[in-house]
Design a protein around this ligand. Structure first.
Ligand code: PHE
Length: 345
């Protein structure tokens, strides 16, 4: 009698199915709960004749194990099966993902690129690790010229016989320009944004790396007037229409004549304030007419073509626009600093 009941339950439990966690729990209670079928069988066990106790006992245990196993199986399937779809609450609000802000240097770089692109410049990029040939030699730095000291950098590999083969971290993005000139005949009109390195002690005003945007324009009959006009337009676009510029004579090995450009102080409008050290002017870039030696070194006929070049520091321009007190803040990745630029664009 009890053996028939056990066989019947084995078949029944073998065929169990459930749609969700609630149904599984009610099945568990039905068979394994305190008043469950199997628990009841255990109670009936007392009345089994002594000679049958062994067989019946083994059978009941098997049945119990089967039930436990089946319930666990149903639970496992429910965890991985489609039934979990029922647990998804589509009305719940999304996780509060904090939106970041663009890095201030990226904001400035994009602005500058945008201005020059509108004036017909395209972007040229090159390697940050380059040889001396492209960083210095082709740009008219003689091997033993002190101008190299102005741009002391980091050496990856030195070559005692031939300095042009030294491998270094570029100290300006002009290496992109020597590479463009090598591969392309004029007209050339490019800007070269990128990271550059210098061997400087790190302080609030100097870092061992910073970002530059350099420009190069080579064509027939390019004159200093063209350079001046492009830079004036640039300054007005970036700092406002009232901005004036002034060019002071300077020296760079790759340009002749060379100049530093100042803009009228955009804080006091040129009247003189603490920011411009009461001069009314702030320096923003270096520029000049490309030295014919550079053109020749890059296989461009200097009797047919002429050109101008300029170079500026993105950190410096960002400082002027947003008055960031310490250069190191740009690379510290402090989100409190970065979040201040959320509304800048
Ligand atoms: N390459 C110069 C520097 O990094 C900047 C510059 C570029 C000056 C082009 C003049 C002309 O200091």
């Amino acid at each position: 009698m009890i053996l028939d009941k056990i066989d019947q339950l084995i078949i029944e439990i073998g065929n169990l199915s459930a749609k969700n966690a609630e149904e599984i729990e009610s099945l568990r209670l039905k068979y394994l709960g305190k008043k469950g079928e199997i628990t009841n069988l255990m109670a009936d066990f007392r009345n089994v004749a002594p000679e049958d106790k062994k067989t019946v006992g083994i059978k009941i245990n098997e049945l119990k194990q089967l039930a436990i196993q089946k319930i666990n199986e149903l639970k496992d399937n429910a965890d991985t099966g489609n039934d979990t779809l029922n647990d998804i609450d589509l009305t719940r609000s999304a996780y509060p993902i904090q939106l970041g802000a663009r890095h201030p240097l990226t904001i400035t770089r994009n602005k500058i690129i945008d201005i020059f692109q509108r004036m017909g410049f395209s972007i040229a990029e090159g390697p940050e690790i380059d040889d001396d040939l492209h960083v210095f030699t082709k740009l008219n730095f003689a091997a033993d010229h002190p101008a190299r000291d102005m741009q002391d950098t980091f050496f990856i590999e030195t070559n005692k016989e031939d300095v042009t083969k030294n491998i270094i971290l570029r100290s300006h993005t002009s290496n992109d320009q020597s590479r463009v000139m090598e591969h392309q005949q004029p007209p050339i009109r490019v800007i070269c944004p990128g990271r550059v390195y210098r061997n400087e002690a790190i302080s609030a005003r100097a870092h061992c790396f910073f970002h530059q945007i350099e420009g190069l324009y080579i064509d027939k009959n390019v004159s200093f007037t063209d350079l001046k006009q492009v830079l004036l337009t640039f300054a007005k676009e970036l700092f406002g229409n009232d901005t004036r510029i002034r060019l002071r004579p300077s020296y760079f090995p790759f340009t002749e004549p060379s100049a530093e450009m100042d803009i009228s102080c955009h804080i006091c409008g040129g009247k003189g304030c603490g920011f411009c050290k009461h001069t009314g002017w702030v320096e923003i870039l270096g520029c000049g007419m490309v030295d014919p030696n550079v053109l020749e070194a890059c296989n461009i006929d200097s009797k047919v073509y002429s050109g101008y070049a300029f170079g500026l520091g993105v950190e410096r321009i960002t400082n002027l626009k947003y008055q960031v007190a310490d250069l190191r803040m740009f690379s510290e990745n402090d989100v409190r600093f970065l979040n201040e630029f959320e509304s800048a664009n």
